[in-house]
Design a protein around this ligand. Structure first.
Ligand code: GLU
Length: 500
């Protein structure tokens, strides 16, 4: 079992966040850590913050922000604060960087990219791991190189050189890294020339914060107590912890309650694997939340499935959002990567489809049909259709597959026609058609017409019903044939039965 988070009473109100970079849609992995962060905050009556990490200006787009927000809304992950945009907080990062420099905890480095390349090449040639050699790192008694003309400096964090960084990861347990393994990280850098033109003046002159710096300033300022994120960030955490300690120690933060404040607790969730055992990626199927919305999955089923993908509560497979909030205390997070299992997701969704309200399904079905070019659904009761078909559908898209046949012409296969629409059955089909032209158009009357036709032609239902289905629905298997026919406009049924 993994580490249980420190109870919130010892740390102030729980505040969690999700901090996506808006360079695409909301990835399933991010949605899952958003869910854990949200559920943990809700479990403790705390707050959940949405922060947009848009410092990669060349790749960040508003369209992506909109998609991320829409996906979070769809999943029902309501935020208490945000979206907060990092690019609107530049002044704050510049301020903290200056304070760190003044306190001797960060410094300006004037190395050119060419110099850094040469440095690394020399290290490689000596068989060393590449690292920043600290040539601009101030030390007592050390003489720094003369300031080169025309080089815009970056700001580096002065990482402690001795000791180690340790934290008790909520998922992985205790982790320790020696400080000598960690470079002096760049915390403010200059944006590439080709993106600089679009940047605010301050970013052009003072630089843009790097991820590990902005994330710490934000987690500190936003009083984040627990960080759940993907384990690609495990290697960043030692830097962040060191920067955190530096930020907390700043004289500017003394008296602001800093003394009583602790670092956030970190929980790094393993990646999600595709069903081929490799990292889930675009090349191996849908990885965006939006794609599942479009494919007709229900948000509560997605939430349930995502929750189980890396967390468990006993053997529970199906649970409501409320139950998850009640149970999610940050423990029982899986240490090993979970595998994305489309069949299980379909099963979970199917369970929710069965319970879903028919009017709600009808509305979703209408949207699905519209995306297939069927905008005019006059004459068909979509709510009744949902009620009839939902038990056998894994998704709203499958529901649409059933209902679509009422709007578009069906093409029975040659095999189905040969097997079911046989010579002995054809007279009965014609007679049925005549009866159906006269009855009042309801399920009981249609059932009665079928019964009378069977009796008159000495046939059994398994002979007549599949033939009717093949002609009217284009397939030999459907729910009860009287119920299926009753959903159609009568004229359409008569027209399709005409072909015998
Ligand atoms: N912007 C980072 C990401 O999307 C956030 C990581 C974090 O939660 O600290 O991976």
């Amino acid at each position: 079992m993994n580490t249980v988070p420190t109870p919130p009473s010892a740390r102030g109100p729980v505040r969690t966040r999700i901090a996506p970079s808006p360079t695409g849609f909301l990835h399933l992995g991010t949605a899952r850590t958003a869910l854990y962060s949200w559920a943990y905050a809700r479990h403790h009556g705390g707050q959940f913050v949405l922060r947009i990490e848009d410092t990669d200006v060349a790749r960040s787009t508003q369209d992506s922000v909109d998609q991320i927000i829409a996906s979070m809304k769809w999943l029902g992950l309501d935020v208490d604060e945000g979206p907060i945009y990092q690019m609107q907080r530049l002044a704050r990062y510049h301020e903290v960087a200056e304070q760190l420099i003044a306190a001797g905890l960060a410094y300006r480095c004037y190395c050119t990219p060419e110099e850094l390349d040469t440095m690394r090449e020399a290290q490689r040639a000596r068989g060393e791991k590449t690292h920043y050699d600290g040539r601009w790192r101030p030390e007592p008694g050390k003489v720094l190189p003369p300031l080169p003309a025309g080089v815009k400096p970056v700001v580096r964090f002065k990482n402690p050189q001795d000791g180690e960084v340790t934290w008790n990861d909520l998922v992985k347990g205790p982790i320790t890294i020696a400080n000598r393994e960690i470079d002096d990280l760049i915390i403010l850098r200059h944006p590439p020339e080709d993106t600089a033109a679009d940047l605010p003046e301050a970013a052009r002159t003072l630089g843009v914060p790097t991820y590990n710096f902005a994330v710490v300033v934000d987690d500190w300022d936003m009083r984040i107590t627990h960080v759940f994120r993907g384990d690609e960030h495990v290697n960043n955490t030692p830097w962040q912890i060191n920067i955190f300690h530096a930020v907390m120690s700043l004289p500017q933060h003394a008296g602001a309650g800093a003394e009583g404040r602790a670092l956030p607790q970190f929980g790094h969730c393993p990646i999600i694997l595709g069903d081929d055992g490799l990292k889930l990626s675009k090349r191996r199927g849908a990885v965006s939340v939006t794609a599942y919305d479009e494919a007709g999955y229900l948000p509560e089923a997605m939430l349930n499935y995502l929750a189980r993908l890396g967390w468990s509560h006993g053997d529970e497979e199906l649970f409501s959002r409320e139950q998850m909030v009640q149970w999610f205390d940050g423990s029982h997070l899986a240490k090993s990567p979970a595998q994305w299992d489309p069949a299980k997701l379909a099963w979970v969704n199917g369970q929710y489809m069965k319970q879903a309200d028919d009017a709600r399904l009808a509305a979703l079905l209408r949207q699905q049909l519209a995306t297939r070019g069927i905008a005019d659904v006059q004459g068909v009761d979509l709510q009744a259709a949902s009620a009839l078909y939902k038990d056998r559908c894994a998704t709203v898209a499958e529901l649409a597959d059933w209902v679509e046949m009422m709007f578009v012409d069906v093409q029975p296969s040659v095999e189905d026609l040969a097997t079911h629409v046989t010579e002995p059955v054809k007279p009965a089909l014609r007679a049925l058609r005549d009866r159906l032209a006269e009855v009042d158009w309801s399920k009981p009357s249609i059932a009665q017409a079928l019964k009378e036709t069977l009796a008159a032609h000495a046939l059994k239902m398994p002979q007549l019903a599949p033939a009717v289905r093949v002609l009217v629905c284009g397939r030999a298997q459907t729910p009860s044939v009287d119920a299926v026919l009753a959903l159609f406009p009568r004229e359409k049924v008569l027209r399709r039965l005409q072909h015998v």
